[in-house]
Design a protein around this ligand. Structure first.
Ligand SMILES: C[S@@+](CC[C@H](N)C(=O)[O-])C[C@H]1O[C@@H](n2cnc3c(N)ncnc32)[C@H](O)[C@@H]1O
Length: 353
């Protein structure tokens, strides 16, 4: 057994836990005990199972393998730990990240130098980063099994203005569909789709990503070919955007994943009501903030919400906005989540209509 730490966006730990349970059942593995920390989940799994989670999980940023967790109060003890951990088997190694609190060994530069000297390597840009953490003299040494962060899905996605990060988009989508029967036909609409991240993530939920991970170059590692089990059994995707540039981006991005999404050049405020035939969910990240030169008031977002409901009559709407209150909305709020999206403090609210 090996110990893994899944690094996840703060406040998405619970969502990441549900996703993990689904992935383990896809791998036919019984649910192990999982410890939750702010920003991560820790659990023990057979080595190849933990490494293979890189392929399926969509919320984590990276998956760390805990190599050692032992006391080291002196440099000599630390060197002994490094030798015991045999880091060479994780070559090529990348950057070394050090943190230290309440410990005798506390100087980041000298800790980094000790690691480099003991294992005698120069970091490589695409190698597996090494994380060294000292807390109360316990040294935790971890290796990043993912390589490039997992929100890089391995396809040549074009991005527009202010895209939502892929793993955050997946987490929010997973919150939106909580309790919805995804075996039934579902229409998922993004009326301000930008580069279409939410809809692209919906297509990928339950499918392996087509990319490489750092751990695949380690001796003896063979990742499991996880059979795809799409979460949405009959998904109808509809993307709209008022800008021609984004419509081009959307068409390109959907063609990459061979999706038959409907893409339209539409201004949400000029659309007329559309007939509904099946469960309909809307997810939307309206423009806001200085970069996009638009408003950020409660009224602005309530107007968007009202318009979405008038045009689509959806069952649920998930709205990603800055942290405004949206107190005066007349619709029931099913859930709310505070997140950070590329450095901007944001909130996601799911309304039931
Ligand atoms: C923040 S971006 C969406 C980013 C998207 N979630 C992504 O991941 O790429 C907002 C998008 O809304 C579009 N937009 C703004 N006002 C609109 C309107 N009235 N109707 C349709 N699209 C609109 C903009 O063109 C922009 O692409």
């Amino acid at each position: 057994m090996a110990k893994f730490f899944l690094v996840v966006p703060v406040n998405m730990e619970r969502l990441a836990f549900y996703e993990l349970c689904r992935a383990l059942s896809q791998l036919k593995i019984e649910e192990p005990s999982v410890e939750t920390f702010p920003g991560g989940l820790e659990l023990e799994l057979p080595l190849n199972v933990g490494l293979s989670l890189n392929r399926i999980l969509k919320i984590p940023v990276r998956i760390l393998l805990r190599v050692i967790e032992e006391e080291a109060k002196t440099e000599k003890e630390f060197v002994a730990l490094l030798k015991k951990s045999d880091l060479k088997k994780f070559m090529p190694l990348g950057n070394i990240h050090v943190s230290s609190r309440s410990s005798f060994l506390r100087f980041k530069n000298s800790i980094t130098e000790t690691v480099e000297k003991t294992i005698g390597f120069r970091p490589r840009e695409n190698g597996a980063s090494v994380f060294v953490r000292f807390f109360r003299d316990i040294c935790t040494l971890s290796i990043n099994t993912s390589g490039e962060d997992l929100y890089r899905r391995g396809y040549d996605k074009w991005v527009g203005e202010a895209p939502v990060r892929d793993n955050i988009a997946s987490g929010l989508l997973q919150l939106l569909i909580k309790g919805i029967d995804t075996t039934q036909p579902i229409e998922l609409i993004d009326p301000m789709a930008g580069s279409g991240t939410f809809l692209l993530e919906a297509s990928m939920l339950g499918r392996s990503a087509q990319r490489k991970y750092a751990c695949e170059s380690w001796d003896g590692v063979k990742l499991i070919d996880v059979p795809d089990e799409p979460v949405f059994k009959q998904l109808h995707l509809i993307a709209a955007d008022q800008s021609e540039k984004h419509v081009e981006i959307l068409k390109h991005n959907f063609s990459l994943i061979h999706s038959s999404a409907i893409v339209g050049l539409e201004d949400l405020f000029k659309q007329s009501p559309q007939k509904k035939q099946r469960t309909r969910l809307v997810i939307c990240n309206p423009p806001y903030g200085k970069r996009l030169k638009t408003g950020g008031s409660e009224d602005y977002f309530l107007e968007i919400l009202d318009q979405i409901i008038k045009v689509y009559q959806p069952d649920r709407v998930g709205l990603l906005t800055p942290r405004v209150w949206l107190e005066h909305s007349k619709y029931e709020k099913l859930s709310m989540l505070d997140i950070e999206n590329s450095g901007i403090e944001a909130q996601f609210v799911v309304f039931s209509v």
